[in-house]
Design a protein around this ligand. Structure first.
Ligand SMILES: *Cc1c(COP(=O)(O)O)cnc(C)c1O
Length: 374
């Protein structure tokens, strides 16, 4: 690809931080001091008391679902417009994801549709801060309180975003971050649970570390996993997290340049940002207007790819993935907002150091491809 869809920004300080782990005279490549330091800084960045760094965002979600004791027969309300992990974590525990359609501007779960999905089996609401945009947390908190449900904040795409001065990751019982290389900060592979609940944190930490208790290396008090984050990854995360504000700012500048460059193009819906939101942009996703079909969109994606421009149909609706249809009996037509949006999305190349002329080139190519399809 001439212009990739995403690209992590690794600077000299990041490289030095990882090298210093590898050069540690004691050879501490796991469970060392950078892990603890990364967790403290992460907790601060999320306005939480506790952070537990783990080996992926998916692991973090799984730990929370298990720590809340969610299992067979329980229902978890969530969004079909997300990365698949936010549904898989419920399926891992043989509980039932119950999808609720999205709000068409923020693309996050629509609180007004949740009441109708609540049953006596509902245990939790797992909402996602889609593309970095906060879900409507005040409304979600009211619903969760009214019905006695646990609220989970999948903020894997929203480290650094804020809603009315509150940080993403800080809502509900626990939040999740992800540090795959396309996220705002990366550890290679990695993720974290953030929470204010010491009991929940204790359970997550133990399960992430082979079910260990306080009794020592071979003392296992519960079923556990190895979801630990190694020391090289923690060092990289710590270094990257130290410049989160600068990263959020440079991504905001890129988003602004895109909005300017695309403003005059007929047939494109630009991403919208609700009042009270500070966006930490994960990806920059435009939508084609209603008059375009899914195959028009696919044609545009193909045309852009042919020109060497990284692009993607972010996301495919989760309820339409074959294995989910088989597990839950879902079918097309059930979540019309999600389906209409998902048929028309185009994620454009988006990374901190994308150059102005690259943005112009993408905008020009998009205009031409749109004219070509109709
Ligand atoms: C990235 C992401 C995750 C975590 O993904 P991993 O690849 O397991 O780190 C979880 N939920 C959402 C919405 C994501 O975008």
């Amino acid at each position: 690809m001439q212009i990739p869809l995403a690209r992590p920004e690794i600077d000299d300080a990041d490289i030095a931080a990882v090298r210093s782990v590898l050069q540690d005279p004691e050879g501490r490549l796991a469970l060392g001091p950078r892990l603890g330091a990364f967790e403290r800084d992460l907790a601060d960045a999320a306005d939480r008391k506790i952070a537990i760094a783990v080996s992926s965002g998916t692991c973090a979600l799984h730990l929370i679902v298990r720590a809340l004791g969610i299992g067979p027969g329980d229902e978890v309300i969530t969004t079909p417009f997300s990365f698949v992990a936010s549904t898989n974590c419920v399926l891992f525990e043989r509980a039932t994801p119950v999808f609720v359609d999205i709000e068409p501007r923020t693309l996050c779960i629509d609180p007004e549709r949740i009441d109708a999905a609540i049953t006596p089996k509902t245990r939790a609401i797992l909402a996602v801060d889609v593309f970095g945009h906060p879900a409507d947390w005040p409304a979600l908190e009211r619903i969760a309180d009214r019905h006695g449900l646990a609220l989970i904040d999948d903020s894997a795409e929203a480290l650094g975003s804020m809603l009315n001065g509150r940080r993403c990751g800080s809502f509900g019982r626990a939040g999740v971050f992800g540090f795959y290389p396309n996220k705002q900060i990366t550890t290679g592979e990695g993720g974290a649970v953030v929470t204010d609940d010491p009991h929940l944190a204790e359970l997550c930490r133990s399960m992430a570390d082979q079910g260990r208790g306080d009794g020592g290396w071979l003392h296992h008090v519960r079923l556990g996993y190895n979801y630990r984050l190694d020391e090289m990854s923690a060092a990289l995360g710590l270094s990257q997290l130290g410049r989160l504000d600068a990263i959020v700012e440079s991504r905001a500048r890129v988003a602004e340049r895109y909005s300017d460059a695309l403003a005059g193009i007929d047939g494109i819906v630009l991403p919208s940002v609700a009042d009270g939101v500070r966006m930490s942009w994960f990806v920059y996703v435009v939508r084609l207007a209603e008059r375009f079909s899914r195959s028009d969109r696919d044609g545009v994606l193909e045309g852009l790819s042919r020109r060497g421009i990284g692009c993607r149909d972010y996301f495919q609706p989760i309820h339409l993935l074959p294995f989910v249809r088989e597990a839950l009996g879902t079918a097309p037509g059930r979540f019309p907002v999600t389906e209409a949006v998902a048929d028309r999305t185009i994620a454009l190349p988006f990374f901190n150091r994308i150059r102005e002329e690259q943005i112009e080139m993408v905008a020009g190519a998009l205009r031409e491809e749109l004219e070509r399809v109709g």
